[in-house]
Write a protein that binds this ligand. Structure first.
Ligand SMILES: C[S@@+](CC[C@H](N)C(=O)[O-])C[C@H]1O[C@@H](n2cnc3c(N)ncnc32)[C@H](O)[C@@H]1O
Length: 240
């Protein structure tokens, strides 16, 4: 597999292989008590075979497979699309296509996801997954910087899933908010950074960007938000 799938293994990654909930729990350092992530996965409806195969293929070719949303968050995103009855979804950060495919399953016929990926090789790989899935007609991949793509889209979007580079989160949020439909939501991933948001001695561009994003949303009177301790932290935001 080509180099873009490779990268440094992060210090806070934990990979647990077991026989719960579809075979693997792949998680960042948990923010919950030990064993809870595995228990939650074991008590979540397993993903369809094509998603399990995609997760396995991603693990086999990439040392950044922890970037996949995984079983629980994938099911959670699908449920959000289902509950919100979203028909227009935007995703920032495609990777190998797992979360786009998870959300596509809940779209009604005619519903559409636009998913944005910077890396060409990842985009090509994800496109092949989409083409071979039951949802090829529902997913449109845009390769390039997500902010440029987003600024070129009129919207409105019923759900915007933000999962690209963390240093861009405030810009993505500011560009997405005016493009939300009346009852639309923004879903931002990794907002707890394995709990590192709490530790003031820990600093990095990514961590500082997530802290800044969390403060930005909290202080914004235009929105109502909830930060959930699912996996690595998921914040859901709607217009006030
Ligand atoms: C955390 S991964 C996305 C995981 C994906 N949502 C899933 O669950 O399968 C983040 C992705 O964003 C991409 N990315 C990083 N910076 C980007 C940018 N400026 N524009 C678009 N994509 C970007 C990365 O190449 C990577 O594939």
């Amino acid at each position: 597999m080509r180099a873009p799938f490779k990268g440094g293994v992060r210090g806070n990654i934990r990979i647990v292989r077991g026989n719960l909930g579809g075979g693997y729990v792949l998680a960042v350092k948990p923010v919950t008590i030990p064993g809870i992530e595995e228990y939650a996965e074991a008590h979540t409806t397993p993903p369809p075979a094509y998603l399990t195969q995609l997760a396995e293929a991603t693990r086999a070719m990439s040392d950044e497979a922890e970037m996949l949303v995984g079983v629980v968050e994938g099911r959670f995103l699908e449920l959000l699309v289902h509950l919100s009855q979203a028909t227009r979804v935007l995703e920032l950060g495609t990777f190998t296509g797992y979360s786009a495919l998870a959300m596509a399953a809940a779209l009604p016929p005619g519903g559409r996801i636009v998913t944005c990926e910077l890396d060409e090789a990842r985009g090509e790989y994800a496109q092949r997954q989409f083409d071979g899935s039951p949802f090829a007609d529902r997913i449109e991949l845009r390769v390039g910087p997500a902010l440029e793509t987003l600024r070129g889209l009129a919207g409105p979007f019923d759900l915007v899933f933000v999962d690209a580079d963390k240093t861009g989160y405030v810009d993505y949020y500011e560009a997405a908010l005016p493009r939300l439909s009346e009852r639309g939501i923004i879903v931002a991933d990794n907002t707890l950074r394995s709990g590192d948001v709490l530790d003031a001695t820990q600093r990095s561009a990514t961590l500082d960007a997530i802290r800044a994003f969390n403060e930005h949303v909290r202080a914004d009177p235009r929105v109502v938000s909830v930060m959930l301790t699912i996996r690595d932290g998921v914040t859901i935001i709607r217009k006030a």
